[in-house]
Ligand binder design. Sequence first.
Ligand code: ADP
Ligand code: MG
Length: 330
Amino acid sequence: ESVVNRIAAGEVIQRPVSAVKELVENSLDAHSTSINLLVKDGGLKLIQVSDDGHGIRLEDLPILCERHTTSKLSAFEDLQSIKSMGFRGEALASMTYVAHVTVTTITKGQLHGYRVSYRDGLMENEPRPCAAVKGTQIMVENLFYNMAARRKTLQNASDDYSKIVDLISRFAIQHINVSFSCRKHGATRADVHTVATSSRLDAIRSVYGISVARNLMKIEASDNNPATSIFEMQGYMSNANYASKKITMVLFINDRLVECSALKRAIEIVYAATLPKASKPFIYISIVLPPENVDVNVHPTKREVSLLNQEVIIEKIQSVIESRLRSSNE
Ligand code: ADP
Ligand code: MG
């Protein structure tokens, strides 16, 4: 049974960055305002995520890492919205089958926190009282220690680390009211470091730099017609002066980081046709639409989504981008 669990877990957590994504999403779900990461060896040796969220109650610790344990479903949520949130109660459990997980947490009004380690879904010890300030710290150590083949395929620590930095960068420009940092073990400087702000452009500037931020234009699009599509989109797109060798597309749908290859392709086509010299754009887009209109792939590792009335939505976004490009290029 434990081999089966391990294989399943290795599917959910494919690389260090998949663990980081799950941990940071949990911190965001816990209403954190500050999320700090420490990474050693591209995440294979250590991923440590510290937040200042609401913490985990002592009585919830024993089953925290059991599969399908989640605090995020209520009987009132309909099946559709469960589906749109993707997997539930799989992430932490999975990590304990392929790594050593230690949780330190304190809830509001408590004098001290608790620390407990997990392996294969179970607590290794009773939670021990410990000093803690606010929120939760989760340490994932020796990822894939029991999966020799996986470790072999992940031998480029700097590659894994840059995937993590890229992920945190994306979260940081979506959740601008949260401060993020990401630091490599042993480094004095963080590679991502943002402070909470109310300006999206400031957040983009502090993550991607002035050379990106100064070449951005704001975009907005929406539709509210059940017969065609219902959505609201806002974002930033690069102008004619932005030159890059690769496209950067940051897409959030209902606050969740996702991929939509049809939309990405559509945007690339507009840029190539309108602005051939700057055809590798930087694009940040956040779309909000009824959760039941988002189809999340049932496979936990796939971020690809499709949307109800996707063609209509894509065409509307395309035409907004195109007219923005034309008017800025005149
Ligand atoms: P899910 O997020 O789908 O509920 P997870 O396996 O990611 O499942 O997490 C299990 C549960 O652990 C969450 O439902 C939440 O109650 C708790 N949890 C995990 N991380 C945190 C955190 N950083 N702060 C507060 N609670 C957390
Ligand atoms: Mg989660």
